[in-house]
Design a protein around this ligand. Structure first.
Ligand SMILES: [Zn+2]
Ligand SMILES: [Zn+2]
Length: 131
C-alpha cells in the first residue's frame, strides 16, 4: 500500500476530529492574515498536496486538531523520495502510536486491533456510546 501523502494525512486527521475545512479556517489565524474564504482555499490546496504549508501553518493546524508532527515529517520525507518505512496509521482515522484516539473509547486511548485499524474505529458503536 502506498503511504499517505502529507496532505492526505492532514485531511484524514481533520476528518477524524470531525471538523470541516470551514471549521478549521474559522479557527486559524494566518500571518499575513487571509480572509476566511482564502483560508478555506489554502487548506484545501494543502490537503490536496497542491500548495506548500508553511511551518507556522502546520503548527497552527496542530493547535486545532490532533496529528503527529513526526508522522507528518516522515510522510513528507517519503513523498520527497526517502526510502523509509511508512508510519503505522489507522486506515480510517490515521491515528498512530504517538497520536492515539483519546475520548473515543471508554477504555482510554485506542490500541491496534489489526495492522492498520485502531480499536476506536473497529467498534464505532462503542465509541459513540461513550461520547
Ligand atoms: Zn482509527
Ligand atoms: Zn485510534
Amino acid at each position: 500500500m502506498r503511504p499517505l501523502t502529507p496532505g492526505a494525512y492532514l485531511k484524514m486527521r481533520r476528518c477524524a476530529a470531525q471538523m470541516s475545512v470551514a471549521d478549521v479556517a474559522a479557527r486559524i489565524a494566518t500571518a499575513p492574515r487571509l480572509a476566511e474564504h482564502a483560508r478555506v482555499e489554502l487548506i484545501e490546496l494543502i490537503e490536496a498536496d497542491a500548495a506548500p504549508a508553511s511551518f507556522a501553518t502546520i503548527v497552527v493546524f496542530n493547535n486545532v486538531y490532533a496529528f503527529d508532527l513526526e508522522v507528518l515529517a516522515t510522510l513528507e520525507r517519503i513523498s520527497l523520495g526517502a526510502d523509509l518505512p511508512a508510519p503505522r496509521l489507522c486506515r480510517i482515522c490515521a491515528c498512530s502510536e504517538f497520536d492515539p484516539c483519546v475520548g473515543r473509547t471508554t477504555f482510554g486511548p485506542c490500541s491496534w486491533v489489526a495492522a492498520d485499524l485502531c480499536s476506536a474505529c473497529a467498534s464505532p458503536s462503542l465509541a459513540s456510546a461513550a461520547a
